[in-house]
Design a protein around this ligand. Structure first.
Ligand code: X2X
Length: 354
């Protein structure tokens, strides 16, 4: 073959690759993983992201949300690995479920480190939040925005809990890294780790006495009073932020325009999602924001709903909280080392600037 013909052939095959590249760039459907069901602030926030992306890419990016752990057969602590491998393309995930693989994410589960929403916002919007996002990026998962499940409160079927002694020998279901086991053992309870998909049955059958989850995020939408959870302690002991994220390889393959749409859609969906998670639990800002957006949340007073359904709500005062904090102090020290003392310090500095 003449040299000229070879050049023509190479040019032609190059042109073909270029023409077919855009068609190959998008999957017909992207998978988004989700631990809980669609009727939660968490699930609604994922669906909102999928809807915004579809609308803003003229249907080119079509994301299907796989609710209730369908994408990882309920094994929620495998979610990070599966997203990294590309079994899931997108996720709106709890830092708790990724904490076995990403030790820095245990920061949010450090008992009594975040006293209120302002201290959380300061950290996720501050230097510590940036460092955590950079870490995820290096691990092959591109984070897009912070969402929220909420502050986690304690429920049980047996009696009121107002002091560590009340937890003695209670079987408490937990999930995530071993930090949760350490925390509940330090408090004198008998913790068992299991995924959410198994927790409801375990509560129903009395295999465990209690569990911990956000009131607006999980306890009310899942009507946990129907699973014998008649006592609730408000102690804000850990917070549960969520992360909108995409598989790193997928992210790199997208054009700058698509990247912009994904980032913006995640931020817009996150704003809505966070407001839904905070309704009735903040100073009124969340509900005001939703009203402004012409959104009408089903539940605006989660504690009211609990009380109406016969749940005894116990709010701890500063002295009562101090007794719990004292018990978990060694756990905080141990896990500060695991998380990285620098990151914990950075988070503390972020909080001071709130
Ligand atoms: O399993 C839980 O408790 C849940 C639903 O809150 C998480 O995924 C962390």
């Amino acid at each position: 073959m003449s040299k000229q013909w070879t050049t023509v052939l190479i040019a032609a095959s190059l042109a073909l690759t270029l023409v077919s590249a855009p068609a190959l760039a998008f999957k017909s459907q992207y998978k988004m993983s989700m631990v809980v069901g669609p009727n939660t602030a968490w699930g609604m926030g994922a669906q909102r992201f999928a809807d915004l992306v579809k609308e803003r890419t003229d249907g080119k990016i079509n994301i299907k949300v796989y609710y209730s752990g369908a994408l990882f057969a309920g094994k929620q602590t495998n979610e990070f690995t599966l997203l990294r491998q590309g079994v899931a393309d997108f996720s709106l995930a709890s830092t708790i479920n990724w904490s076995p693989q990403v030790k820095e994410l245990n920061l949010f589960s450090l008992p009594f480190f975040f006293p209120d929403h302002a201290s959380l916002d300061a950290v996720v919007q501050g230097k510590a939040g940036d460092q955590i996002f950079a870490r995820l990026d290096r691990l092959g998962v591109k984070p897009l925005a912070w969402g929220e499940n909420g502050f986690r409160q304690l429920t049980n079927s047996r009696h009121e809990i107002a002091a560590p002694a009340d937890l003695a020998d209670l079987k408490i279901r937990v999930v995530g890294s071993k930090l949760f086991i350490d925390t509940f053992q330090a408090l004198g309870a008998n913790p068992t780790a299991m995924p959410y998909s198994e927790a409801l049955t375990a509560l129903q059958q009395g295999v465990v006495d209690g569990q911990e989850n956000p009131v607006g995020g999980v306890i009310v939408p899942y009507k946990l009073w129907q699973y014998s959870q008649k006592y609730l302690t408000v102690w804000n002991y850990v917070v549960d932020p969520l992360i909108y994220a995409v598989n790193g390889r997928e992210w790199k393959a997208f054009s700058p325009e698509i990247k912009k749409v994904l980032l913006q859609s995640a931020q817009d969906a996150a704003r809505y999602q966070k407001a839904l998670a905070r309704v009735g639990l903040d100073d009124g800002a969340a509900l005001a924001y939703l009203k402004e957006q012409h959104e009408a949340p089903d539940v605006t007073d989660p504690y009211g709903v609990l009380e109406k359904n016969g749940v005894t709500v116990t709010r701890l005062d500063a002295d009562q909280l101090a007794a719990f904090k004292k018990k978990v102090a060694p756990v905080v020290d141990k896990w500060t080392d695991t998380i990285g003392a620098d990151l914990v310090d950075t988070a503390r500095t972020d909080q001071k600037q709130a």
